[in-house]
Design a protein around this ligand. Structure first.
Ligand SMILES: NC(=O)c1ccc[n+]([C@@H]2O[C@H](COP(=O)([O-])OP(=O)(O)OC[C@H]3O[C@@H](n4cnc5c(N)ncnc54)[C@H](O)[C@@H]3O)[C@@H](O)[C@H]2O)c1
Length: 352
């Protein structure tokens, strides 16, 4: 069992703000970005949680940014230029705009250009679901997947999240378009866990289970040509509608000295324009009751609706804090030392 360190939300938030206020943000902006990252840890999506802050700290002390700007707006739409700034900041503004528009006019759509990594797509779809709305969020990302049948990376592992307000918890699908997200391969490499077959190709397009070959190579698209096709559509939605740029124009997260040209797209739809929210919730509750009693295969203890696993984690972690692995702590300590702030974790691992 790997060493695990338990961190409280408060402790993590204070540390994150102290770091990002050294990286071109004021305390209020830093708190928004850090909240977005911690929300992933609370939902158990640690790959897109606090550990990503190291990329942000390094990027935003290397590159020049411009203020985030709303360049075009109508009653129901909004185009945001993120000015190469923090993706979580621009995306929070854009989804809030979509929600405001949906409150007034029934639906709101925001497109964002010149942005950066926005964390987990779930964060923004859930912002809408928390307001009783259907929320959809998506982003494009650096090329990591070959077109179906191709042997060179061209498609991004563009994630999409779709959320509806549920009875006890929101139903939310948040998924990348590869069999697994690149950060999951980074995590497996970092932790030294064996890489399952079917996750990655090497740089010649051949299947691999070697960590380094996978990191240097490409990701396997989810569902063959259908996943590859969905990646094309989401790239065009995020990259072409915003006139942001797409495919290999979107750079990798660790090229700190160049604009990444990431684009996002957000939709909020006000449920109460169609039916009372309570009625939708009771319909989802009825769906959930039927779903959960479907007979299970041998060895399967329980069936999960999309987002249910993350909700269970959220309930537990928002009460008790969240664990960081030793390798994650080492990465965060390295960034603390680099930027001259107190380390987040200087305690013994859980159970020691
Ligand atoms: N910002 C970026 O550029 C970027 C790029 C890629 C991925 N991501 C993020 O990476 C995160 C991880 O993506 P992923 O595709 O690895 O997620 P995942 O495979 O862990 O989960 C995908 C979805 O499947 C559901 N699920 C998981 N196990 C299930 C089960 N046993 N039964 C039923 N449903 C189940 C989850 O609730 C989730 O909605 C996401 O938050 C995504 O937004 C971000």
């Amino acid at each position: 069992m790997q060493d695990q360190y338990l961190v409280s939300v408060d402790q993590a938030a204070k540390w994150g703000v102290s770091l990002l206020t050294k990286c071109n943000l004021n305390a209020e902006q830093a708190a928004i970005v850090v909240k977005g990252l911690i929300s992933s840890n609370l939902r158990g999506v640690d790959t897109h949680g606090l550990v990503m802050i190291r990329h942000y700290a390094r990027r935003f002390t290397t590159i020049t940014t411009r203020p985030i700007e709303i360049v075009k707006e109508t009653e129901t739409t909004c185009l945001v230029d993120a000015g190469d700034n923090y993706g979580i900041l621009a995306s929070t503004i854009a989804m809030n705009k979509a929600i405001e528009k949906a409150e007034r006019y029934g639906c709101g759509v925001s497109s964002v250009r010149n942005s950066n990594h926005f964390g987990a797509a779930a964060y923004y779809a859930l912002m809408a679901a928390e307001k009783g709305m259907l929320g959809i969020s998506t982003t494009n990302a650096g090329s990591r997947i070959p077109p179906w049948g191709g042997k060179e990376a061209f498609l991004g592992n563009n994630p999409i999240a779709i959320a509806l307000p549920g009875d006890e918890y929101p139903v939310i699908l948040d998924m990348a378009l590869s069999v697994v997200a690149y950060q999951k391969i980074v995590t497996y490499a970092r932790e030294g866990w064996p890489l399952p077959e079917g996750w990655a190709y090497d740089s010649a397009g051949e299947p691999t289970t070697n960590h380094q070959a996978a990191l240097d190579g490409m990701l396997t698209p989810l569902g063959g040509y259908k996943g590859a096709g969905l990646s094309v559509m989401l790239d065009l939605i995020c990259g072409a509608i915003s006139q942001n740029g797409f495919a290999d124009h979107v750079l990798s997260i660790d090229m700190y000295d160049k604009p990444r040209h990431v684009g996002h797209f957000f939709i909020a739809v006000n449920i109460s324009n169609f039916l009372p929210l309570d009625v939708l919730k009771s319909l989802i509750a009825a769906y959930s009751r039927k779903f959960h009693v479907i007979p299970r295969k041998d060895g399967v203890d329980r069936l999960y609706l999309p987002g249910e696993i993350e909700y269970e984690k959220y309930k537990e972690r928002s009460k008790n804090g969240f664990p960081l692995s030793r390798a994650a702590v080492e990465q965060l300590n390295e960034v603390s030392d680099e930027f001259g702030i107190a380390r987040l974790v200087s305690v013994d691992p859980i159970g020691s």
